[in-house]
Design a protein around this ligand. Structure first.
Ligand code: DX5
Ligand code: ZN
Length: 221
C-alpha cells in the first residue's frame, strides 16, 4: 500500500502561497490538499475558486479539494474546471450521494466522500464500491491545528474493512490533527493518505517534515 502525504494549505502563509506549495513539492508531497469552507456547513469561511486556480498553477501535483460546504452539487463543475483532480464532498451535506459521486466522476475527477467524527460509517456503505476516496475526519472539520480525536482510529480500521469487502481500491484518507504523534496509528489502522496542515507548515523544516511523516508509516509498531 503506497503512502500519500497531502499537506493542507490552510496552514500555509498566504503571502507566499506559491512558494509554500513549491516547498511541499520539493519535500516529496503527493497531493496538495485545499480546504474549502462555506461558513454554513462548518463554522468557518476560507476560500474558493481563485485559490484552487492559484494552487493548480503553482504545482504539477494533484490538487485535492475538500469541500466543507452545503449543497456541494452547485460547485462541482466549477471546481473541476478550476483544476481540482480530487473532489471530496461530505456525506452529511449530500443526501443524493450516488448522484453526486457519478457527477464528480463524469467531470473526470476522483470522487471522494468525507465523514465527520460523529457520522457512522454506514452512511457510505451502499456506495463503497463507487468511491475513489473515503475521508475519515479525525477532527470536527472547520479549523486547522485541532487535536486528533483518538476514537476515530477504530472507524479507520472499519473503513479499511468496508473498502476491502467491497473490492474497492479507493484511497483511505485521514484529516485533522495528523502529525508525528498520530500518523502511525492511522496508518496501522489502514489509512494510506494523510492530510497534514499544522504538522507540516508549523514545523521548523516543512520540507523535511513530509519525509519524516512518511517514514513513520513504514516503521514497525
Ligand atoms: C479541517 C480541515 C483540515 C485541516 C487540517 O477542517 O479539513 O484539512 O486543514 O489541519 P491540521 O493538520 O492542522 O489539523
Ligand atoms: Zn481537509
Amino acid at each position: 500500500m503506497s503512502v500519500r502525504i497531502a499537506p493542507s494549505i490552510l496552514s500555509a502563509d498566504f503571502r507566499r502561497l506559491g512558494e509554500d506549495i513549491a516547498l511541499c513539492e520539493a519535500g516529496g508531497a503527493d497531493w496538495i490538499h485545499v480546504d474549502v469552507m462555506d461558513g454554513h456547513f462548518v463554522p468557518n469561511l476560507t476560500f474558493g475558486l481563485k485559490v484552487i486556480e492559484a494552487a493548480r498553477a503553482a504545482t504539477t501535483l494533484p490538487v485535492d479539494v475538500h469541500l466543507m460546504v452545503e449543497r456541494p452539487e452547485q460547485y462541482l463543475e466549477a471546481y473541476a474546471k478550476a483544476g481540482a483532480q480530487v473532489l471530496t464532498i461530505h456525506a452529511e451535506a449530500a443526501p443524493h450521494l450516488d448522484r453526486q459521486l457519478m457527477h464528480i466522476k463524469a467531470l473526470g475527477c476522483r470522487a471522494g466522500v468525507a465523514l465527520n467524527p460523529g457520522t457512522p460509517l454506514s452512511a457510505v456503505e451502499e456506495v463503497a464500491h463507487l468511491v475513489d476516496l473515503l475521508l475519515i475526519m479525525t477532527v470536527n472539520p472547520g479549523y486547522g491545528g485541532q487535536s486528533f480525536i483518538p476514537y476515530t482510529v477504530d472507524k479507520v480500521e472499519r473503513a479499511r474493512f468496508l473498502l476491502d469487502q467491497a473490492g474497492s481500491e479507493a484511497v483511505l484518507q485521514v484529516d485533522g490533527g495528523i502529525g508525528r504523534a498520530t500518523i502511525h496509528d492511522c496508518w496501522r489502522a489502514g489509512a494510506d493518505c494523510f492530510v497534514a496542515g499544522n504538522a507540516v507548515f508549523g514545523a521548523a523544516d516543512p520540507r523535511g517534515e513530509i519525509g519524516a511523516l512518511r517514514a513513520l508509516c513504514a516503521e514497525a509498531a
